[in-house]
Write a protein that binds this ligand. Structure first.
Ligand SMILES: C[S@@+](CC[C@H](N)C(=O)[O-])C[C@H]1O[C@@H](n2cnc3c(N)ncnc32)[C@H](O)[C@@H]1O
Length: 237
């Protein structure tokens, strides 16, 4: 699709103006903008359905981890699930599981529900998630693939803290160029300093970043284990 030059200039100008604001404020505004764009989107879930195999390495890594810890039928919560393209892979590689998908986009969730009527889906964004998470109960895995790009760091930090309270493992696929840096960047998309953020959330990295073979070399995935969950499991043993 050809870019409209006037639209591009307007976009660049708007971004430049927002960037003159203090960083917290401009990040908040960019985050709001992403939310609005994703809420209106009516086609991306179809593209992800076609490109779903790109997520296979993450799900194969998750399968290996679940085998290693003898978790035969994991409970998986996916945030930013779109039309459930990743669920197709989960069904293929981890056939015994309980799945719940969350996304802010109603079109994607309608599509997902039609594809997988026996699974559970919620329309919910990053703001509503901390309220929803406790209702979903304990999970083995919290998945967030390609969604933290669009959310500012304070919100992502809050989500990680919540995820660490309910899930044993957190699996993230995202832009990882700031993974080990003390603070992230905002280049239209948010680049988070995941290592420090995980530490703050009580998450210990158990699978170090694995970078993509695709066009975006700084994108990759990693897996973290919740020390909060591990500690509460020891107490209840
Ligand atoms: C790039 S797609 C990734 C889809 C899928 N997870 C995958 O890996 O193929 C990002 C998804 O995150 C959702 N999303 C973006 N911002 C969100 C937010 N603030 N809260 C909830 N979902 C969000 C979008 O609606 C979209 O479906």
């Amino acid at each position: 699709m050809q870019n409209n030059p006037l639209k591009t200039i307007k976009q660049i100008t708007r971004r430049a103006i927002v960037r003159t604001l203090p960083k917290d404020m401009s990040d908040f505004i960019f985050s709001m903008k992403h939310r609005t764009t994703w809420r209106k989107d009516n086609h991306s879930h179809l593209e992800y359905q076609e490109q779903y195999l790109g997520r296979e390495p993450v799900i194969l890594e998750l399968k290996k981890l679940m085998n290693d810890i003898h978790c035969d039928s994991p409970k998986i919560l996916e945030f930013g699930c779109s039309g459930a393209n990743v669920l197709r892979l989960i069904k293929k590689h981890i056939p015994h599981h309980t799945y719940c998908g969350v996304d802010l986009n109603e079109n994607a969730i309608d599509f997902a529900r039609k594809q997988f009527p026996n699974d559970t889906f919620y329309v919910c964004d990053d703001i509503g998630l901390p309220k929803l998470i406790p209702q979903l109960g304990r999970q083995d895995v919290f998945l967030a693939l390609g969604v933290f790009y669009y959310i500012n760091s304070p919100k992502v930090q809050e989500i990680l803290i919540n995820a660490a309270q309910i899930a044993d493992y957190v699996v993230i696929l995202d832009e990882l160029s700031c993974f080990n840096l003390p603070s992230g960047k905002n280049e239209g998309l948010f680049f988070h300093s995941f290592s420090a953020m995980c530490r703050k959330a009580g998450l210990e990295i158990v699978v170090e970043p694995v970078f993509s073979n695709g066009p975006r070399k700084t994108e990759g995935y990693f897996i973290a284990r919740s020390s909060a969950r591990a500690a509460s499991a020891n107490v209840s043993d």
